[in-house]
Design a protein around this ligand. Structure first.
Ligand code: TPP
Ligand code: MG
Length: 386
């Protein structure tokens, strides 16, 4: 029997109250930015679904509606040059990270103007300048990468004391802020029992690697409810705890609670150079992918979650507090609609890649024999961080 995910608001009430008491929220302008960012993702996803139905977008496509608060609040809690890596439901992370709607939409259209020149598609949004390292289609594959990204940042900071830029140690590399970093690695509840994830948890724990694993727990892995695919599903944080990793549950439907709980957690991981594990309760409004008849859940269940919609909730709070007016909200929605429509037009009108020329670009050819960034390092020598 399928079982609906636990109602996060009830389960989390004590936790979020205490979180509120411990962290002050940013100012109204910043929260208006969250509202805009969430609405931008929703509008983008609505247009994505339309384009997919018109067969303008091909391949697998998974939209993020319902989960917007997660990407927006967690990304707002870290620095721009903290690395981020995620799974295939990645449009929201890309937009929240700063990717243009044009580059994101064009990528789905398979156009040369897309963020990965149209070669990645919906599931593989990459944006190096915005420190987004994908978009990964294999469930759990990004979890060791999250560890690696955090390790690389720590190695640059503590051992090389300079960033590696284009394969060389470059003290004055552009866009580099020296100091401690934390990486964010998102995964779905369907990825928590993958072996690679547990190997990654073990490594980040023993090597003090500041990677935060954010389980976007939307209650389903494709059409299988979490209680049917995972043991001890009401206590996911026990998995992180069993590796000695600081692990907490967070309500992902209310962006204020989410930020208030996540921001100090992320700051602590950065400062102590320790990993983190978050069971972040959320919900997706659409089916798993664009071709999901959703026979495994009821419309009532979806409607119940929509009543707790994170955009509507923040909008209501900001209206009540006078931070925005109804007219202001209408104007914001229109700006966003215009931006996303422009992105669709841009994608439609962009050229496709020239197949012959593009097939062999952006692939690793003749990798260096010793991939280590420094000539001083030889295989077998001790890594001072370990
Ligand atoms: C290793 C592997 N096994 C199976 C699949 C097929 N598959 C694609 S998505 C998915 C469900 C993952 O669900 P979850 O991690 O909860 O993410 P969500 O779609 O809910 O965001 C599965 C089983 C895959 N892509 N990779
Ligand atoms: Mg899921």
């Amino acid at each position: 029997m399928t079982q609906a995910p636990a109602n996060p608001s009830n389960a989390m009430s004590n936790q979020t109250d205490s979180a509120k008491a411990h962290a002050s929220l940013p100012d109204a302008d910043t929260q208006l930015g969250w509202l805009r960012s969430m609405q931008r993702i929703r509008e983008f996803e609505n247009r994505t679904m339309q384009a997919y139905q018109q067969a303008k977008i091909g391949g697998f496509c998974h939209v993020y509606t319902g989960q917007e608060a997660v990407a927006v609040a967690t990304i707002a809690s870290v620095n721009h040059d903290d690395p981020v890596v995620t799974a295939y439901r990645d449009h929201g992370h890309a937009l929240a990270r700063g990717m243009s709607a044009r580059a994101c939409m064009a990528e789905m259209y398979g156009k040369i103007t897309g963020c990965a020149k149209g070669k990645g598609g919906s599931m593989h949004m990459f944006d190096r300048p915005n420190w987004l390292f994908g978009g990964h289609g294999i469930v759990g594959a990004q979890t060791p990468l999250g560890a690696g990204l955090a390790f690389a940042a720590k190695y640059e900071n503590e051992v090389l004391k300079a960033p590696v830029h284009e394969g060389k140690i470059t003290p004055n590399a552009p866009e580099h802020t020296p100091g401690k970093k934390v990486s964010l690695c998102y995964l779905g509840d369907g990825a928590i029992d993958q072996g690679a994830f547990h190997e990654a948890l073990n490594l980040v724990a023993i090597y003090d690697i500041p990677c935060i694993y954010i389980i976007e727990n939307n209650g389903y892995s494709m059409g299988t409810a979490i209680h049917r695919h995972s043991a001890n599903a009401d206590n996911l944080i026990s998995r992180g705890q069993s590796y000695g990793i600081d692990s907490v549950e967070i309500d992902g439907l209310d962006i204020r609670d989410l930020y208030a709980a996540f921001k100090p957690f992320a700051d602590r991981c950065r400062e102590t150079s320790r990993p983190g594990f978050i069971d972040l309760k959320t919900y997706r409004y659409q089916g798993h992918s664009m071709s999901d008849p959703q026979k495994y859940r009821t419309k009532d269940e979806v409607d119940q979650y929509k009543e707790k919609d994170s955009i509507a909730r923040l909008l209501g709070q900001l209206l009540e507090e006078g931070a925005i007016t109804e007219d202001g909200w209408k104007a914001m929605q229109k700006e966003i609609r215009d931006e996303v429509k422009d992105a669709v037009d841009f994608a439609e009108n962009s050229p496709a890649p020239e197949t012959e020329a593009e097939l062999f670009t952006d692939v690793y050819a003749n990798p260096e024999k010793n991939l280590s960034p420094t000539a001083d390092y030889h295989h077998g020598t001790m890594n001072p961080l370990l």
